[in-house]
Design a protein around this ligand. Structure first.
Ligand code: PGA
Ligand code: ZN
Length: 417
């Protein structure tokens, strides 16, 4: 069945800013849709998200140019053809012709790429994750272990906490059980925060955003203490039933001019920051630290990996940006031992699959991730299962655009039983 028509529209993401939705109309008049997310702590080396920059419209964040690129520049090359992920991603790359997708925009390109893979699966009458597993050559279809962001800081919340994400990862076998554990801890954390007089409104990814930093207390330590308390209060044992994961998002804390990291009013050199992680790892059941250092500091990452990498998962987000050549460099240099996978950092599904494959072949772990600005599109849930990527993060078990991903995992798990 061929693609009959392609149209796109500007929709809003979970922060209320514009993003791209692509619609493919197939020969039987059915329509397949895909929409793309948008980050706040965006890495310098990510593929370019095209914004209109018209200050009169949505603070310059409109995506009408990206929409026009889909309808006028991309559609003519895809219409009247059978949807085919690999071939069409190749066409998209050729049409764009740039290293960083700045011509057509990664937001335009990814929306088309996801819509194409969805259409192809639909025509084959396959669940999307099963089709992805076929394309990827995945032998083991696997529900992921999930990092749930339950306490938020950095640029995702106005909490005054420097680290961006404090996550819990329940480690039982089934996703269903782990989701339940996360929900219980999340709701009990709310209770405990309230009891101590903290605000329980949530950040962009659904985690609570309490102002823990009043009286200049050490907010990061306090946040970790709250994770321990909420876990225990819920009847689970930290380190046994549930482990903790951090996304420091250190690029956002780095003062380029003075070459120093700023945690509130405290200054940290690279060495001192690695020392702080070491202390935290010894005091709390921390399984994983993402972006412990900034995106350009390969030397620092090397030292951090040597110091902490044998016992702790060190995930590279901004430093790798789901880009195979950067990941390759990291593998060669022995930097990090895990990679965050965000399709919109690289811009096509095919390149995302290549990045996951590269990591797997090198023995690096992979964590498929949402962005802080999301839509209700659940592509990443199928992606993580279909590639057997192993780990996943899509925020708190709260807010529609986050639970959409978890609800899709429930549906997939049920289908596999
Ligand atoms: P972002 O944050 O989507 O705002 O970039 C997510 C992350 O840093 O992992
Ligand atoms: Zn990150």
């Amino acid at each position: 069945m061929k693609i009959k028509k392609i149209f796109a529209r500007q929709i809003l993401d979970s922060r209320g800013f514009p993003t791209v939705e692509c619609n493919l109309e197939l020969g039987d008049n059915s329509v397949v849709k895909a929409s793309v997310p948008s980050g706040a702590s965006v890495g310098k080396y990510e593929a370019v998200e095209l914004r209109d920059k018209d200050p009169q419209k949505y603070f310059g964040k409109g995506v009408l140019t990206a929409i026009e690129n889909i309808e006028k520049k991309i559609a003519p090359d895809l219409i009247d053809k059978e949807p085919n992920l690999q071939e069409m991603d190749k066409v998209l790359l050729e049409l764009d012709g740039t290293e960083n997708k700045s011509n057509l925009g990664a937001n335009a390109i990814l929306a088309v790429s996801i819509a194409v893979v969805r259409a192809q699966a639909k025509i084959l009458n396959l669940d999307l994750y099963k089709f992805i597993a076929q394309v990827f050559g995945c032998k083991e279809i696997l529900l992921p272990k999930v990092m749930f962001n339950i306490l938020s800081g950095g640029v995702h919340a106005d909490s005054g906490i420097a680290f961006q994400e404090f996550m819990i990862m329940p480690i039982k076998q089934s996703f269903d059980d782990n989701l339940h554990t996360a929900v219980v801890i999340f709701q009990n954390l709310k209770k405990l925060l309230k009891k101590e007089g903290y605000c329980v409104s949530v950040g962009d990814e659904g985690g609570f955003a309490p102002r823990l930093a009043k009286n200049k207390e050490f907010a990061e330590k306090k946040a970790l203490d709250f994770l321990v308390k909420a876990t225990q209060y819920s009847g689970f044992e930290p380190g046994k039933d549930v482990v903790f994961c951090l996304d420091v998002a250190a690029t956002q804390l780095y003062d380029d001019q003075n070459e120093i990291y700023l945690l509130g009013d405290k200054k940290y050199t690279t060495e001192k920051l690695i020392g702080l992680y070491d202390d935290f790892i010894h005091s709390y059941p921390i399984y994983s630290i993402e972006d412990g250092l900034q995106e350009q500091d390969w030397d620092g990452w090397k030292i951090m990996t040597e110091k902490l990498g044998s016992n702790t998962q060190l995930v590279g987000d901004d430093i790798f940006v789901t880009n195979s050549s950067r990941i390759k460099k990291g593998i060669e240099l022995g930097i990090a031992n895990a990679v965050l996978i965000k399709p919109n950092q690289i811009g096509t599904v095919t390149e995302t699959l290549q990045a996951i494959k590269l990591c797997k072949d090198a023995g690096y772990k992979t964590v498929v991730s949402h962005r802080s600005g999301e839509t209700n599109d659940t592509f990443i849930s199928d992606l993580v299962v279909g590639t057997g990527a192993g780990q996943f993060k899509a925020g708190a078990p709260c807010r529609g655009e986050r639970v959409a991903k978890y609800n899709r995992l429930l549906e997939i798990e049920e289908g596999l039983r």
